[in-house]
Design a protein around this ligand. Structure first.
Ligand SMILES: [Mg+2]
Length: 250
């Protein structure tokens, strides 16, 4: 791998930069290495329950300097797509921050069964009542945008919890209808956004992540290069620790 081949490094967050509240060893040094070599740094996550500002604050509190516009979330991508499609009258399944992103961003939110469109994100406060409303809207919705289809995620002490995909699939199953768009990884919306925002070719983007299903798959589907942090590092472009990455370029 040659450093001069890349303009932008897209880092995954959970399991790559931090685990819950803890920074992963070597993450800061690896980011600093790329910053020192004048690469754009972007943090991309399927997390749809936190704003870009909240995630940037977390990174800064962990000692990683970051501006909010260096963060891309599936919530942000869902909002961008809804804007582009000129959606209005949207029911949002998700956290308050996801709902506020839409209502404060000039998209008419309608949290009743009469809504014409549906956005589905991770919602820790999901109830049978909300599922009922969302499923009834989904049956006749004009457009359904889902944030991501992740199955589960580990908590701070490694217990697993159902992720956004569990909510998306429940609604799709009951309504016998698929989402029209799934904006999170491994789909290419994140890469398309970066190509557009930074005005670069996809070949100049390097993805760094820990998930074969989401990070590596997104790289393969969108034609960008990747480095995967994985216990099985027998494959090319796989390393065991994030701190091993600078050595690949020496
Ligand atoms: Mg990850």
């Amino acid at each position: 791998m040659k450093l001069s081949d890349y303009d932008l490094i897209l880092f995954d967050l959970d399991g790559t930069i931090y685990n819950g509240p803890e920074l992963i060893d070597g993450a800061k040094e690896t980011i600093d290495f790329f910053r020192a070599n004048n690469k754009y740094i972007v943090f991309g996550t399927n997390n749809s329950s936190k704003t870009r500002v909240q995630i940037a604050e977390k990174l800064n509190s962990l000692g990683i300097k970051c501006e909010y516009d260096e963060v891309v979330t599936s919530a942000f991508l869902a909002y961008n797509l809804a804007k582009k499609l000129k959606l209005s009258d949207v029911y949002v399944v998700g956290s308050d921050s996801l709902i506020n992103k839409f209502s404060n961003g000039g998209i008419m939110v309608n949290q009743t069964e009469s809504a014409l469109n549906l956005v589905i994100g991770y919602d820790i406060m999901i109830t049978y009542e909300k599922l009922t409303t969302a499923f009834r809207i989904a049956m006749n919705a004009h457009t359904i945008i889902s944030c991501n289809e992740e199955r589960n995620y580990p908590s701070n002490n490694n217990e697993l919890f159902p992720s956004c995909g569990g909510i998306v699939k429940a609604i799709e199953w009951c309504a016998n209808r698929k989402s029209d768009y799934v904006v999170g990884k491994p789909n290419s919306f994140m890469i398309d956004y970066l190509i557009d925002k930074y005005g670069i070719n996809k070949k100049r983007i390097l993805i760094v992540g820990d998930s074969t299903e989401f990070d590596v798959q997104m790289a393969k589907d969108s034609g960008t290069d990747y480095i995967c942090i994985h216990q099985d590092n027998s494959m090319i472009n796989y390393v065991r620790k994030i701190s091993d990455i600078p050595n690949l370029f020496k």
